[in-house]
Design a protein around this ligand. Structure first.
Ligand code: ADP
Length: 470
């Protein structure tokens, strides 16, 4: 089959979170199964852009409301990512340093989608499926069905994958002119609560909707930032498919970010070497269990409770463990974490910022990875952690519930708790410290986790089944 993925992120070109990881891996595995999957995304000013060679494959003129502009589609020459990668260049609009966070993001991503469809209009052989990801590409199912300009595309089936339903791309109705002329009586397909809601529109108009874990799909029916009734109504076309991880990038035996590689046979020694590097770099005590957090410092991830949970852990359990935090996000959370530093010596440190290399070293060197998420559509960190023999400490939610079994339950290996609260996290920390004392049990758990299969092969087959059903 011939599949075109449309997304705002794709690793390693540009990544702000899990969306990038998934779109960077899924097409590669589809191609390995003999399909042709391509990716199109905006052209940002990223390192990847300057480090690679590109050829121009299309030039066009189009408009968004009364603004006429030129756009160019460029293709990476060597297919080094394992799939054809296309970037949409709109001068001054898409070619920014960051992926998100600009006041004109609505215009940026609407223009991106218009360019993609204009370009597709010119394809002689159309793709079999349009697979769009998150709200930045979620107007496409509406546009192909309801904009006369895109009538040549109207028979291509569309699939929308929701990586995170918290962000919906809302725009007020006075922006409806940004969408190329559309059949006015279909306004209900754009509207949700008196605003244009691209994610809601995608759910209504796409032929199939997928979420990145089965449990997240269930949760969306009672907690999805206002779309609960819509998920209930459209449940017939929704499917939850657990993400895989790119086990070629995330492999402790070959990880290019690691100095010391290891496998299931020498996991203890291998992890100890990476832990030593972390302890040296961050002034931590090697002998204590090392508990880490990696991620965006936002409420969704439960990062706001971290400062108190760490403080309370030291107070109630004693200084029996080290904590290391890597992330950036809300300034208050960053300040709260930084404020803990002077109170701790040799058992706590924080790195504020985004650092891919450090994240790999942490997955390898940590003993435990803390994930007190309030919302976790799938969660990749826990899967990376387990692949590197690091025990996940997760709140039972979304994909975390689908992937981690508490070590107290039959066949279990992780530490699970029910609430994003200081007492629950502190209790989990205590359980981690106790587990760490039992070296033999820890070793068995590490080995069991490393044997788990979170590869993409299984998930990709589910997606292909969905395409074929359409
Ligand atoms: P989300 O997409 O909600 O942020 P995911 O668990 O799906 O969460 O994906 C997070 C990805 O981003 C993981 O690959 C994680 O390692 C990475 N990541 C998050 N924050 C940082 C950071 N500060 N430095 C390096 N990598 C990070």
């Amino acid at each position: 089959m011939d599949i075109l993925h449309v997304s705002a992120e794709c690793y390693p070109v540009a990544k702000a979170g899990g969306l990038g990881d998934v779109v960077g891996a899924l097409p590669k595995y589809m191609n390995e199964l003999g399909h042709t999957a391509r990716v199109v995304m905006p052209m940002y000013r990223t390192k990847f852009l300057y480090a690679n060679e590109w050829e121009v494959v299309h030039k066009g003129n189009t408009n968004m409301a009364s603004w006429w502009f030129e756009f160019t589609i460029i293709k990476e020459k060597t297919n080094k990512l394992g799939f054809e990668l296309y970037l949409v260049d709109v001068n001054g609009l898409l070619d920014r340093e960051k992926v998100y966070g600009y006041s004109d993001d609505t215009e940026r991503f609407t223009a991106f989608q218009i360019c993609v469809l204009d370009w597709l209009n010119a394809w002689a052989q159309k793709p079999d499926v349009l697979h769009v990801h998150d709200h930045q590409a979620a107007l496409i199912p509406f546009m192909v069905k309801n904009c006369p300009k895109y009538r040549p595309l109207s028979r291509i089936p569309t699939v929308l994958t929701i990586h995170n339903a918290q962000y919906q791309g809302w725009m007020p109705w006075n922006r409806s002119v940004l969408i190329p002329q559309w059949d006015m009586w279909k306004w209900g397909m754009l509207d949700w609560n008196n605003t244009i809601n691209p994610l809601a529109s995608g759910i209504k108009c796409a032929d199939k909707v997928t979420t990145v874990s089965p449990n997240y799909l269930q949760e969306l029916k009672w907690m999805s930032n206002g779309l609960e009734a819509l998920f209930e109504y459209e449940k017939g076309k929704c499917v939850g498919i657990l993400n895989g991880i790119d086990d070629k990038v995330w492999d402790p035996q070959t990880d290019e970010y690691l100095q010391h590689h290891f496998s299931i046979d020498d996991v203890e020694a291998g992890k100890a070497k990476s832990k030593m590097l972390l302890c040296d770099q961050f002034g931590l005590d090697f002998d204590k269990p090392l508990i880490g957090f990696i991620g965006r410092l936002v409420g969704e991830k439960g990062a706001d409770v971290l400062p108190r949970a760490i403080g309370d852990s030291f107070y109630f359990i004693g200084r029996r463990m080290d904590f290391l935090v890597l992330g950036s996000g809300f300034p208050e959370v960053e300040a709260g974490l930084a404020a803990l530093k002077p109170l701790s010596q040799y058992d706590y440190n924080v790195y504020i910022g985004y650092n891919e290399a450090l994240s790999h070293l942490m997955y390898a060197g940590l003993d435990f990875l803390l994930m007190p998420s309030r919302v976790e559509p799938c969660g990749l960190n826990q899967m990376y952690a387990m692949r590197y023999g690091t025990v996940p400490m997760v709140r039972r939610t979304g994909g975390l519930r689908d992937t981690v079994i508490d070590y107290g339950d039959p066949g279990g290996y992780g530490i699970c708790y029910n609430h994003t609260s200081v007492p629950d996290i502190t209790h989990a920390v205590w359980r981690a410290a106790e587990l760490y004392r039992d070296k033999e049990k820890m070793h068995v758990i590490r080995q069991n986790m490393m044997k788990l299969d979170f590869s993409w092969e299984t998930s990709v087959k589910h997606y292909i089944d969905i395409y074929q059903s359409l």
